[in-house]
Write a protein that binds this ligand. Structure first.
Ligand SMILES: [Zn+2]
Length: 493
């Protein structure tokens, strides 16, 4: 159409322009401009029409995508069984859906879910890129952590529309504080449920102290500060998640203000139903073979430079391990020997500093007996002894509390200290040893080391294996309890 018109008009112009060439060119220019204007108007109209059409199609795709997404979310809400009040807001750019959980019995662990959700929605909307289309959903998420534990979280999810892909990008989530709900009570997990006994707090205290020492650059400058730390209590600030625990420590000289602990390191001291089971896996405790009979040989009153090395030689040769309850006063002069005990896979425990009857001492004296020994053993081998064997097996609750350590007693007495005779020791153990027993011996008697090879050989022939106390108890022992054997332990009355 336009071209025909142009040809007609230009031919007419040609005739008219014969008289004046200048005028003729002017007319040509006018014609060209006219053509351009017409083309531009037509083109503009075309592009305007096209872009409106595309915009409408894009909006249709977004609306369709949003409807599909929101019906999926509705389905997920229905499946979740969380009764909610639903409200919606719609614009071309933004679809907002808010599910405020109903709370008829007031059991939900949130003060004002609606207010929190609205705040989260506002935060989520701020993250929408300028000019983008989005779907924003506010709701309560409930996920199962274990068969005893759910996590409740108020969330706002922002699904930003990707026009090019014709789909939503994955949700970006803004979350409120997580609340962990214990099935048994229907209430948030409390510190008292997670850490049930005072014994557990003392056990955690031991782990914290060893950790601070492990992390210290100058360990010898740190040991006194660690031994004199005030203990954590039920008043300590304890931040719990199913993955880890963070405890604010009471004021202390170590410079460490809080400690984050992995559950595998404090498993005996917590209610493990309340934590993520994957966080409990611990490879540091050797697994026991259910087909073997385990016993724990323990040697008291050393280290003794004349006899202890020979005991260690025998254990090494026979591939057996044992536990040595050391007297603090013997340690300083025999640091290499203590180190050797540990390096060869054996375990060290505390047997007090000077072998007193602890029950007759004052609180301060008991504390000094325990702390001086801890320090001596730590300086020799870098380990704070976890376990205490009270001299003469004499301890009460007061002593146990001050010591803050599990008390390792025994169930089989070799009577080596009495008989001082290798044959008598062998006969005694042959007749009294049983699976899971803790055996009392002393690494300071000649007769004990003479008896030891035969003890190991004859008992091994009967199916026994020799492991440390920690291994036999699978590191489950707690302060304020006395342990007589693998399955025989009780709280100190
Ligand atoms: Zn002793």
């Amino acid at each position: 159409m336009a071209e025909n018109q142009v040809i007609t008009r230009s031919s007419r112009h040609q005739k008219q322009n014969k008289q004046s060439p200048g005028n003729r060119y002017g007319k040509h220019i006018f014609t060209l401009i006219s053509i351009l204007v017409v083309l531009m108007v037509a083109g503009g109209a075309y592009f305007f029409y096209e872009s409106k059409k595309q915009e409408a199609q894009a909006q249709d795709r977004f609306e369709h995508g949003a409807t599909t997404l929101l019906s999926e979310i509705q389905e997920e809400r229905n499946q979740s069984g969380i009764a909610s009040q639903k409200s919606e807001k719609n614009s071309d750019q933004l679809k907002e859906v808010l599910y405020v959980p109903e709370n008829p019995d007031g059991k939900l662990p949130f003060e004002d879910s609606k207010k929190t959700l609205e705040e989260l929605m506002a935060k989520a909307k701020k993250k929408i890129k300028d000019g983008s289309k989005s779907v924003v959903v506010g709701k309560l998420d409930v996920k199962s952590v274990s068969d005893q534990l759910d996590v409740y979280t108020l969330v706002a999810e922002n699904y930003q529309w990707n026009g090019k892909a014709g789909d939503f990008d994955g949700a970006k989530t803004v979350s409120g504080d997580a609340q962990y709900i214990f099935h048994k009570t229907g209430q948030p997990v409390s510190v008292n449920e997670l850490i049930p006994e005072d014994a557990d707090l003392l056990g955690i205290q031991q782990v914290i102290q060893q950790k601070i020492l492990d992390q210290a650059k100058d360990k010898s400058a740190m040991i006194d500060k660690v031994l004199n730390m005030p203990r954590i209590s039920r008043d300590s600030k304890i931040q719990y998640t199913p993955e880890k625990l963070t405890i604010t420590l009471p004021d202390n000289e170590t410079g460490v203000k809080e400690m984050t602990l992995e559950y595998k390191d404090i498993a005996p001291y917590i209610n493990t139903a309340l934590v993520d089971q994957a966080t409990l896996k611990d490879d540091s405790v050797p697994a026991l073979d259910p087909n073997k009979k385990y016993v724990a040989l323990t040697f008291d009153d050393g280290p003794n430079p004349a006899t202890t090395p020979k005991i260690l030689d025998i254990l090494k040769e026979k591939k057996a391990t044992a536990t040595f309850f050391l007297l603090g006063e013997n340690v300083a002069a025999n640091q290499d020997l203590v180190k050797r005990i540990v390096d060869e896979g054996n375990e060290v425990g505390s047997h007090s500093y000077s072998h007193p009857l602890l029950t007759t001492l004052s609180d301060e004296e008991v504390k000094a007996e325990v702390q001086k020994t801890d320090k001596a053993i730590f300086e020799a081998c870098g380990i704070l002894p976890q376990n205490l064997r009270a001299p003469y097996g004499a301890a009460d609750q007061r002593v146990a509390k001050i010591a803050g350590k599990p008390l390792i007693h025994w169930s089989v007495d070799s009577q080596d200290w009495e008989s001082k005779n290798a044959d008598a020791i062998n006969a005694r153990l042959k007749s009294t040893l049983y699976e899971g027993s803790i055996v009392l011996m002393h690494d300071i008697h000649e007769a004990t080391l003479q008896a030891l090879p035969q003890v190991i050989d004859t008992m091994r022939a009967e199916g026994y294996e020799f492991v440390s106390v920690d291994t036999m108890l699978q590191q489950s022992q707690k302060p304020l309890y006395t342990y007589f054997g693998a399955t025989d332990f009780r709280m100190i009355p």
